[in-house]
Design a protein around this ligand. Sequence first.
Ligand code: GLA
Length: 352
Amino acid sequence: MDFRKVITVAGLLLTAGAATLHAEGLKDAYQDEFLIGVAVNQRNITDPMQAALICEEFNSITAENDMKPQPTEPAEGKYNWTNADRIANFCREHGIKLRGHCLVWHNQIGEWIYTDKNGKEVDKKTLLKRLRKHIKTIVKRYKDVVYCWDVVNEAITDDPKAENHFRQSRLYKIAGDDFIREAFKAARKADPNALLFYNDYNECDPVKSKRIAEVVKTMKADGVPIDGIGMQAHYNIYGPSQQEIEDAIEKYRSVVNHLHVTELDVRANREMGGSLQFSKNASDTDEKIKAKQQERYAAIFRALRKNADIIDCVTFWNLSDRDSWLGAENQPLLFDKDYKRKAVYDIVFQKK
Ligand code: GLA
């Protein structure tokens, strides 16, 4: 027996073992439940190590910022596709599905949409015409690769006492809820095959989830083509509880056939939704934070797995703690600031 051969074979087996282990990412662990997605920036898809990690772990991609209204159309009719195209091409090249995000939002939208050339506020008709044109242009451009769109983002109020369900945004003040209705219609017309979502945060809050479900139900009854609800899932280490998540899903299930978790992260403080602070509790040590976060992620995924029949996709908002919009200190994701798997990764992977 040639010992060199034995050693080579053993080496090959070891390498093969490691390779097999690595080929099994989150997307494989969840292949019977839902797609596992990630929101990406330009660095993530151009750095070879980060790009490889994305391909290993995820089978759905969302552009963190590059497909939003302002970056794609900073001035009327002046489109900027460079970054969005790069993400779309990455998806085409690697056979990864692309979630379109987002067509209409009161944030990150060009100011031009509201005003005429003399700086005067436009009327409803002009606003809707501009929105329709933007939607038609971008949806048609990425029709071959985008499988669903967040058509309208965050249009429902957070104020539990508000009489009106809708956020009093400039879009709403000019066009009323027709900006939502018309946006969905325009998206359906531009790509009849894409699934169309209404997307929002604080979506497990009992008052807000009721409002979201009511609005979607009413609009669907009026023929507005809404296929699904996007639960942003910007959570924290204290909540929401598994039960609260399940209760929200129950409400949404009664009005749509598709749910996506669109922006999942679990931050280390009490803020929810769009608050960007890092305000750690004085009594929380790093170990306590880690333990709480692991428990939260386990509970979230238990709730999601129980509802896998209606949930098609679960997207993490950013690749690693370094990329997070919440800042690395909040350590909200499954990969640390050096793109290494954290202990919480195993909890999600192993479905604990
Ligand atoms: C909201 C938006 C996202 C993103 C996050 C912060 O949730 O839907 O596109 O801007 O805020 O990164």
